[in-house]
Design a binder for this molecule. Structure first.
Ligand code: ZN
Length: 364
């Protein structure tokens, strides 16, 4: 039986989607019920048996209800309804996956429920590219949940190969090495091809699982004797590298640029608080920003006043609100540095430090 401790342990560190504690969406459940087949003991006994087995495994974590939707595409999704993960499988998926492979899919979808991957940031104030990066990271955590629901780990790999190809046993053989080899080129050069994808490339997911299988966390979860070849930490770093190669690097740069813009306006607000800018303050600004950027910012202040600059700062804060703490924490250090060189009064610095904690969730 899987437990919360293990669930936390195997969560991929890049997966930091916002969470909430309570879901209730009866209408969604009803609309699914109207349009699909509910898996029950007598109507779909094979899938029902799989559902029961996985429910027992996930007993401490969530309940599961499964529906089958008539749809030739090979897909699955999950909706939260109170304490239940409502999992929808398309008929296209059920037709080509074996029951053992479906275990992987059900476990994966239940993983989305368990990790509360549904509650995304408000689209009005978030950075959508960044959110896609978080979604891709979320898939890695969910794949691990799917993996832990398997009887035979090979079923994860064959399920992935079937989902990517839409083909069943009749047409493909499950040579993982050959499969990965055919994707070699995507790991060779950094590119931005994956920036707008909601899921990581299947080859990345498959590699991530092959590594997971070698991890200390997996050994522990399965009571495997002996020393695991890799730590989960090392594996997570490898996966992060893979994700960066296929788009995340572009987003990292984009994040850094957004953080830098927040730093600029924070510095402008604080260094100009006394109505003038000292040469020390100017030098400080020039360490991080070029002349034109600084000149334009001051011009903006002159033309529009302090309220507009404050508004600007909040706009920038909104853009980075959903970034990970690791990214955002550089702002606290920056604030400290401003405090050291500027004549900004202590209480104002204190106020902004509190604001960073309250509004952006970062603290020292
Ligand atoms: Zn998923």
């Amino acid at each position: 039986m899987l437990n919360n401790e293990l669930v936390k342990l195997i969560r991929f560190p890049g997966d930091t989607l916002k969470t909430t504690t309570q879901y209730s969406n009866e209408n969604i459940r009803k609309s699914i019920l109207i349009n699909s087949l509910k898996v029950t003991k007598y109507i779909s006994p094979k899938i029902y048996k799989t559902q029961q087995e996985i429910s027992a495994l996930l007993f401490n974590l969530c309940k599961i209800e499964i529906f089958i939707k008539s749809d030739p595409s090979v897909q699955a999704s999950c909706m939260p309804s109170n304490d239940t993960a409502i999992i929808i499988l398309t008929s296209g998926l059920v037709k080509i996956l074996t029951n053992d492979e479906i275990r992987f899919v059900i476990g994966h979808e239940a993983g989305h429920y368990i990790y509360k991957h549904f509650v995304l940031s408000d689209p009005n104030d978030s950075d959508s590219m960044y959110e896609l990066k978080l979604k891709r990271a979320a898939e890695i955590s969910s794949d691990r949940m799917g993996y832990l629901c398997l009887k035979n780990k090979e079923n994860a790999y064959s399920a992935i190969m079937k989902i990517i190809s839409g083909l069943g046993n009749e047409y493909i053989s499950f040579n993982i090495r050959e499969f990965l080899h055919s994707y070699d080129e995507i790991f060779k050069l950094d590119s931005d091809v994956g920036v707008y994808m909601t899921h990581p490339a299947f080859a990345v997911r498959l590699r991530a699982l092959l590594w997971f299988e070698m991890s200390d966390a997996y050994y522990m979860s399965q009571n495997i004797n002996g020393k695991a070849p890799l730590t989960l930490k090392a594996i997570n770093q490898k996966i992060t590298r893979d994700l960066k190669r296929i788009g995340d690097n572009v987003i990292e740069q984009h994040c850094e640029a957004s953080i830098k813009r927040a730093k600029l306006w924070l510095a402008i607000v604080l260094t100009t608080e006394d109505g003038k800018i000292s040469s020390k303050e100017k030098q400080f600004l020039m360490k991080e920003f070029d002349n034109t950027t600084i000149k334009n910012a001051f011009q903006y202040l002159e033309d529009n006043g302090r309220d507009a600059v404050n508004k600007k700062l909040f706009e920038k804060f909104n853009n980075i609100k959903h970034f990970s703490v690791i990214h955002k924490s550089s702002l606290i250090f920056y604030l400290k540095e401003i405090g050291k060189i500027s004549e900004t009064n202590e209480s104002m610095l204190q106020n902004y430090q509190e604001l960073l904690t309250r509004y952006l969730g970062i603290c020292e």
